[in-house]
Ligand binder design. Structure first.
Ligand code: HEC
Length: 103
C-alpha cells in the first residue's frame, strides 16, 4: 500500500516537473526576446511577422537558422540581424515562440 502511494507520487512528479520546466523555458525565451528587442521589428504592422505568427508552420531548424544565420536562411538582403544564442538560449526561444504561436 505504501509503495503504491509512492508509485503514484513519482508518476505525478514525473508529469509535473517537465511541465514546469517547459513553462520556465518559455519565460526565459520571452526575457531573451525582450532583452534583444525582437518585437521592434516583429509586431503587427512592423517590418516582419509578429512574434505570435513567426513560428507558424515553420520547423525548429528553420527558426534556428533564421536567428543564427539569417543571411543563409532568409537571403543575403534580409534585414533580420544575426544573434549569437547558445543552444540553451535557442531552446528557450523556440519554447517561447511555440508558446505564443497560435496554430
Ligand atoms: C531590425 C529588425 C529585426 C529585429 C530586431 C529582429 N528581426 Fe527577425 N526578422 C526581421 C525581418 C525583416 C525578417 C524577415 C526576413 C526576410 O523575409 O528577409 C525576419 C525574420 C525572422 C525569422 C524567420 C521567420 C519569419 O518570420 O520570417 C525569425 C525566426 C526571426 N526573424 C526571429 C527573430 C528573433 C527571435 C529576434 C530577436 C532575438 C528577431 N528576429 C529580431 C527583422 C528583425
Amino acid at each position: 500500500m505504501k509503495y503504491r502511494f509512492l508509485g503514484i507520487a513519482l508518476i505525478l512528479a514525473g508529469v509535473a516537473i517537465p511541465a514546469a520546466a517547459d513553462c520556465d523555458m518559455a519565460e526565459t525565451g520571452k526575457a531573451l526576446a525582450d532583452k534583444n528587442r525582437c518585437a521592434i521589428c516583429h509586431k503587427d504592422g512592423g517590418m516582419a511577422t509578429s512574434m505570435a505568427k513567426m513560428a507558424e508552420g515553420k520547423t525548429d531548424e528553420f527558426l534556428k537558422q533564421s536567428i543564427l544565420n539569417p543571411k543563409q536562411a532568409l537571403g543575403p538582403n534580409t534585414r533580420m540581424p544575426a544573434y549569437k544564442f547558445n543552444e540553451e538560449e535557442m531552446q528557450a526561444m523556440l519554447h517561447y515562440l511555440r508558446s505564443v504561436s497560435k496554430p
